[in-house]
Design a protein around this ligand. Sequence first.
Ligand code: PLP
Length: 385
Amino acid sequence: MAANCSRKAVGEHRQVYADNAATTQLSHAAFEAMTPFLLDQYANPSQSYSFSRIARKALDKARATIADCIGALPEEIFFTSGGTESDNWVIQGAAKQQMKIITSAIEHHAILAPCAFVESKGSNVEYLPVDSVGLVHPQTLADTISGNGHLVSFMYANNEIGTIEPIEELAAIAHRNDALFHTDAVQAVGHTHIDVKRQNIDMLSASAHKFNGPKGVGFLFIRNGIKWPPLIMGGMQENYHRAGTENVASIVGMATALQENIAAIDDNCTRLKRLEKRLLDELSAAKLVFIRNGSTNHIAGNISLSFPGFEGEMLLHRLDLLGISVSTGSACDSQNTQISHVLKAIGLPYEYAKCTIRISLGRYNTEHDVCAIATAIERIVGHKP
Ligand code: PLP
């Protein structure tokens, strides 16, 4: 049995949600801030009568709050429907301007799919390799980049293994070569300190539901002075950059959740690192054979583990039966197990990659949850396969 966790930790317990890299629970403060705009303050913020002004003011306030949270100016924040739209906007905008795109092999599909699309239409896209913990080496970028007018796009933190990329060094290399630097920071915003000015980031994608905000809303930061063609055309919303009536309630919820998370970011990271350590200590004390994937510099709470001999898909379903939600590092069908592009890119051997799960702890997880997870894993893995 896991060292200090009683077997009661599992089975008698509420549902344990440990998939916070997939989505997070909406914060109560965000919910409360949203409610008036779902019920009474339903005006279209673009109209000129006074009823609309309340919604317009709420949008302005949310924009200023979000800008402040990442060291940007309000006019540099453009609301979108989430991380996928923000990433598509960046990649398709670069292609429209005939920019060469340099990105990595471990990006989220929200980057990789539009890259494949623009490549199929003739754009030049280069995918840089990563090392065994998922880091893009700045020297690899320096050796690759040549010529003007490139877009360099690297994720801030990887969603499967949590690795945080050397963003400032990568941005500096991009700028030395007159390139623009974009980061998909969907896993990082609200979880680690970000200052776009200090870090010299030109564009940044974010998504509210990864930091205890509502789903289906996010933003793209575009540094003042950069002219970026719109992805979605129509009305004059977002200063002609992104058409469509703004989702006022969700934008207000996003700003509230981000402000709340940033205010508690250090305490939350410390607490999540403690929970991570507790989980790993419990698994080690139970003498389970496993490896942890990713870099030591990672998003707190993102724990990718491989248990050789125990397929990820099986682990996910057995944990689910015990009331615990995690995700896998592979997608299986009845014929074969497909290893994720991230685990492939870090060179994780197939025998490990197919036996990988991602446990991602968040703001609402407790020691009790970690005990339940450790005890359940031990119950499943603690005997020969
Ligand atoms: N980029 C990364 C790194 C992600 O982890 C995700 C979602 O998991 C996305 C983009 C897509 O974000 P959204 O769900 O808001 O479309």
